[in-house]
Design a protein around this ligand. Structure first.
Ligand SMILES: [Zn+2]
Length: 345
């Protein structure tokens, strides 16, 4: 063969090798077959393209350049095709291969009501079932509804107990829900069965107090209302909220807006009244109550000779913490809004 014919022969061989390699690669059905093709063209010993590359140095320089260029180009093309086919064969072939309709789903994270909202709903529910109606009265209130109208004239020392935020001499941030009593009486609709649940503010912050907290206030006014009615309503609440075994007792106390006045204790859930380190006496204090003072009835436009009534009220947070299955060491945790804490309830 002449030199020129040898070159043409070499070049034709390379072109046809590249062509058949690309055809075979595209037809390959799996990775094993593809690996066989890689060996067929590139194995060091017998690979068809590898052999030509290996023999390049034996060619004369000008022939080497032309053949070398062509074979290198073929090598790049075939390697690229091998690469593409390999990733195509490793990838999932269709949607149905990876879709397992029996695998469990990923649950959507679910929130819940804040524990104080839950407590408020539970408390209103208990009173609504015996005919009380939920009300909300202003969180910023005048001195009259907060103190004076409730039989605590200006400069009376009893006011000190409420640790009040004064906006002006006459305007306060409501320190107790009792400020709703006169507003309810002024509506002029008798008899009254109200449960006022609202935000209250006091200058206190420690493990059992927060400056803004929720209180609830019950007020019942009708003809011939007596202390036994009060005790019946409070027993109903304690047993519904804390559990049927939780008894209550009334202990004489002094409030300016009720007469007689009581503090309500509920039997300790740890010792069932025997007395333990937590309660000492077998009882834990729940809140205050009493028969509405005749002067307060008069201030609300109600004739105390015809009507009588009782009121009770205390903090929602505190009541919730007294549930036997709740163990929160610091009341302020409730309002820190740490999701890890709130998730537990
Ligand atoms: Zn106890």
């Amino acid at each position: 063969m002449t030199r020129l014919r040898v070159i043409i022969w070499e070049m034709e061989k390379i072109v046809s090798l590249q062509k058949s390699a690309l055809k075979e690669i595209s037809a390959a059905k799996d990775l094993d077959e593809l690996e066989g093709l890689r060996r067929k063209y590139f194995s060091k010993k017998s690979g068809e393209l590898a052999k030509i590359i290996k023999d390049l140095p034996k060619l004369e320089p000008e022939k080497r350049r032309e053949v070398g260029q062509l074979v290198n180009q073929a090598k790049v093309e075939v390697e690229k095709a091998l690469e593409e086919k390999s990733s195509q064969l490793s990838a999932p072939s269709s949607q149905l291969d990876w879709l397992d309709i029996t695998a469990p789903g990923i649950p959507t994270p679910e929130g819940h009501l804040h524990l104080i909202t839950q407590a408020i709903r539970e408390i209103s529910g208990i009173f609504e079932r015996i005919g009380f109606v939920r009300r909300r009265y202003p969180e910023v209130e005048t001195d009259w509804y907060t103190f004076e109208g409730l039989n605590m004239p200006k400069n009376h020392p009893a006011r000190d107990e409420w640790e009040t935020f004064f906006i002006t001499d006459n305007i306060v941030l409501t320190p107790h829900t009792s400020s709703g009593q006169l507003r309810e009486m002024e509506r002029g609709q008798l008899p009254i069965r109200m449960i006022n649940i609202s935000r209250c503010a006091r200058r206190q912050s420690d493990i059992s107090h927060v400056p803004i907290h929720y209180e609830f206030e019950g007020l019942l006014i009708d003809k011939n209302v007596s202390i036994s009615h009060l005790k019946g309503v409070l027993t109903h609440f304690a047993q519904e909220f804390f559990g049927p075994e939780r008894k209550i007792r009334l202990r004489p106390y002094d409030f300016r807006f009720t007469e007689p006045s009581f503090e309500i204790d509920v039997i300790c859930h740890l010792c069932q009244g025997k007395g333990c380190r937590f309660c000492e006496s077998g009882w834990t204090e729940l809140g205050g109550a009493g028969m509405v003072h005749p002067k307060v009835l008069e201030n609300g436009g109600i004739d105390p000779k015809e009507y009588s009534g009782f009121a009770f009220g205390w903090g929602v947070e505190r009541t919730y913490l007294m549930k036997s299955n709740v163990n929160i060491p610091d009341i302020r945790l409730i309002y820190k809004n740490d999701i890890r804490f709130l998730k537990q309830f």
